[in-house]
Design a protein around this ligand. Structure first.
Ligand code: SF4
Ligand code: SF4
Length: 297
């Protein structure tokens, strides 16, 4: 996503715009959301920081939309265009999210099962965004990809270009859907209003902070993209290995020495997979694991 913002920013620049692009990282863990912002203007940009009211939001991984911590819907209004990389139809997302603004779907590579694993999804998103903006031509897009990814070698640049141009062409009918905003003056900035909350006793207002052992209520396994599965026929019960290496303490040990993974809190870092001596822990995609569970149910 960081590279996608660089590609889009450079393409804007090549079209004569002033540009800012910047990534914002979340928690350092596999599957944690990452954001990147691009701000472009025909005049010098004096504003800094995150974009509070985006004209376009591109969601590369649709599993992040329902997670409040990912902040996908922050600052949206009825003018914001939302482009989601998803198998679901735009109407489904409009209804699901109760949105007033336009919702579009990135239709590239429909045959890919797990959209988050779509090869070169970053360049596809950057190219789709470029098309929706209507002010970035194919040449600038290609040049930007070459400039940002050139260090990876011609083969990878060519592959990225192919995916990007495919996404760019597929959204042809939506060229210019995102309209240019008007000038934003510093004097128009609205300071966030205070919200007065009534005083309550600590036990009532913040019970989960002041009570002991409540962090278990935060289900950190929600963002997992890969799931470790223990094959107990190969597991030799050297439980001190996997349970010690798990950084989240998500592997407990039963009284007979059997390691048990707590999937509510396993973040899918796969350290246990790499440390298990007899390779008894396999990693499978979370989507596949959930589909298998649903079938069993
Ligand atoms: S490290 Fe591997 S073999 Fe050892 S207890 Fe854990 S899962 Fe079993
Ligand atoms: S159980 Fe394995 S994959 Fe899950 S958090 Fe622990 S080490 Fe990481």
């Amino acid at each position: 996503m960081k590279t996608a913002s660089r590609v889009l920013g450079t393409a804007f620049f090549l079209e004569g715009f002033e540009v800012q692009d910047a990534p914002r990282y979340g928690a350092e863990r596999r599957g944690a959301p990452i954001f990147a912002y691009v701000r472009a203007s025909r005049q010098a940009i004096n504003e800094r920081g995150i974009i509070q009211h985006p004209d376009l939001v591109v969601v590369a991984d649709d599993s992040l939309v329902p997670i409040p911590a990912a902040g996908v819907l922050q600052g949206l209004d009825r003018h914001t265009v939302m482009l989601i990389n998803s198998h679901d139809a735009p109407e489904v997302w409009t209804q699901r999210l109760n949105l007033d603004g336009p919702v579009l779907i990135l239709p590239a590579s429909e045959e890919v099962e797990d959209r988050a694993e779509l090869p070169f999804v970053g360049t596809a998103c950057a190219a789709a965004a470029a098309r929706l903006l209507g002010v970035i031509g194919r040449d600038s897009l290609q040049q930007a990809i070459g400039a940002e990814l050139g260090h990876l070698g011609p083969k990878l640049v060519a592959k990225n270009e192919k995916v990007a141009l495919q996404a760019y062409d597929l959204l042809e009918h939506h060229t210019g859907t995102v309209t240019e905003g008007t000038e934003v003056r510093a004097t128009q900035y609205q300071v966030p209003a205070w919200i007065e909350t009534p005083f309550e006793t600590v036990g009532r207002s913040a019970p989960s902070i002041h009570a002991a052992a409540t962090s278990t209520q935060v289900k950190t396994g929600l963002w997992r993209t890969m799931r470790p599965i223990i094959d107990y026929s190969r597991c030799n019960r050297c439980w001190w290995v996997c349970s010690t290496f798990c950084p989240d303490g998500a592997i407990s040990v039963s009284s007979d020495g059997k390691p048990l993974i707590d999937y509510d809190h396993c973040k899918g870092c796969l350290i246990c997979v790499s440390k298990c001596p007899p390779h008894a822990i396999e990693a499978i995609s979370e989507h596949a694991a959930q589909a298998a569970e649903a079938e069993r149910a």
